[in-house]
Design a binder for this molecule. Structure first.
Ligand SMILES: [Zn+2]
Length: 119
């Protein structure tokens, strides 16, 4: 298995990232619409307040996750366009190709990401 990151790989990953970006944007705008509907419904008939609060809390967390992912996806696209794709943003070392296959938006090598998580 090849581990080198060549231009064809970067191009393919960039396409995947752009698709992912579009999906996330769609999800987020759908979530925003649902959230607005829920907010409207709440005002009209306050059914079970605790339940409604819980639902909007969960939705909020989900949305935050998607927004964070979208930010990472966008910076990965920029990195791909700037020729820095597959280079760890922290140590400048290589990010393994198999890691990028699983997580195309990865910006750090495994060692740096672990360090990051422990902090
Ligand atoms: Zn690193």
């Amino acid at each position: 298995m090849s581990v080198t990151i060549d231009q064809a790989f970067v191009t393919r990953q960039r396409e995947r990232l752009i698709k992912l970006e579009r999906e996330l944007q769609e999800n987020l705008s759908e979530q925003r619409e649902e959230y607005d509907e829920l907010a409207r419904a709440e005002r009209v008939e306050p059914v079970d307040e605790a339940q409604v609060r819980m639902d909007s809390h969960n939705r909020g967390a989900l949305r935050l996750h998607d927004e964070e992912l979208l930010t990472r996806v966008r910076s990965a696209i920029q990195r791909a366009e700037g020729g820095r794709y597959g280079i760890c943003a922290a140590c400048g070392g290589p990010v393994l190709r198999e890691r990028l296959e699983v997580k195309p938006e990865a910006m750090f090598c495994i060692a740096c990401e672990r360090r990051h998580e422990l902090e």
